[in-house]
Design a protein around this ligand. Structure first.
Ligand code: 0O2
Ligand code: 0O2
Length: 220
């Protein structure tokens, strides 16, 4: 029995904190180069203990297998503007020497029956502890803003209905997923135009001619 969950989760919290800094640093570097960043923003969390326990029961994970069999105790999310950016981010992650990719699940191309889309990467990440190095698993979900919008809404509805959606709601969620897919396609079509406009805007910003946008603090 894990008695001290706080102790168990400490390396995971450290990994999430470190990875958030590193992934947000990638965005900063693109901005510094006055280039379009394939990363729009990054979030991360350690799975709450109650969710870990619930998933252990649902997936029949024994406690002695928890560290290996539950891959998303440390979870990071990378949001992108365009579908193409997702694959750019995945390539960038593949090139890094500070993490090892163990698995990739492409739900962007292979959409889940629910309508869920995202690119999932499971990594092994070394955390430096005072007791030595510990290699933990973490899951990085890479998705567009539209995919994130849909997944966030669907996830909260799932809490309410435990996956058993009324038929009407289920049909609406399917239509919403299709609309998000269409939005991503439309944005991809005008991607070069948007990127050019954004580069122009950020150049003017950095030379101080135009005031900061309302959301930039949040994203940086
Ligand atoms: P809930 O109920 O899940 O919405 P910061 O101050 O920005 O450095 P902070 O305050 O920890 O750090 O927040 P951050 O990193 O911006 O975002 C935390 C949120 O990210 C969580 O919300 C999760 O919703 C979401 N999140 C990020 N990655 C994952 C993931 O891999 N899986 C899941 N399930 N969620 C993720 P809350 O606040 O924990 O609450
Ligand atoms: P959380 O923290 O509540 O998000 P499984 O868990 O059985 O679906 P597996 O093999 O563990 O499958 O991993 P998978 O499918 O690669 O990724 C699971 C995670 O992807 C989920 O975490 C969700 O964050 C996300 N996800 C997968 N399918 C859906 C979906 O249909 N809708 C939404 N909104 N998110 C989905 P958890 O475990 O649910 O935890």
């Amino acid at each position: 029995m894990i008695e001290d969950w706080q102790h168990f989760l400490l390396p995971y919290q450290q990994a999430v904190n470190e990875l958030k800094v590193k992934l947000r640093g990638m965005r900063k570097q693109f901005q510094d180069q006055k280039q379009h960043s394939p990363i729009e923003f990054v979030t991360g969390r350690v799975k709450p203990v109650d969710s870990i326990k619930e998933k252990m029961v649902r997936r029949h994970v024994q406690e002695d297998r928890l560290e290996r069999d539950m891959q998303d105790i440390a979870g990071l999310r990378i949001m992108c503007q365009f579908v193409e950016d997702i694959y750019k981010v995945v390539d960038l992650l593949r090139q890094r020497s500070d993490m090892t990719i163990l698995e990739e699940r492409d739900y962007v191309t292979n959409v889940k029956p629910s309508g869920y889309r995202s690119y999932h990467i499971v990594i092994e990440y070394p955390v430096q502890l005072v007791t030595g190095e510990k290699r933990i698993l973490a899951e990085i979900q890479v998705r567009t803003l539209a995919m994130n919008f849909w997944a966030t809404i669907e996830h909260s509805l799932n809490y309410k209905y435990q996956g058993a959606f009324p038929e009407e709601l289920s049909a609406r969620l399917q239509r919403a997923a299709a609309a998000a897919f269409k939005l991503d396609n439309e944005m991809s079509e005008i991607r070069e135009e948007i990127k050019e406009a954004q580069t122009l805007f950020s150049n003017r910003n950095s030379s101080g001619q135009v005031s900061d946008s309302a959301t930039s603090k949040e994203r940086d």
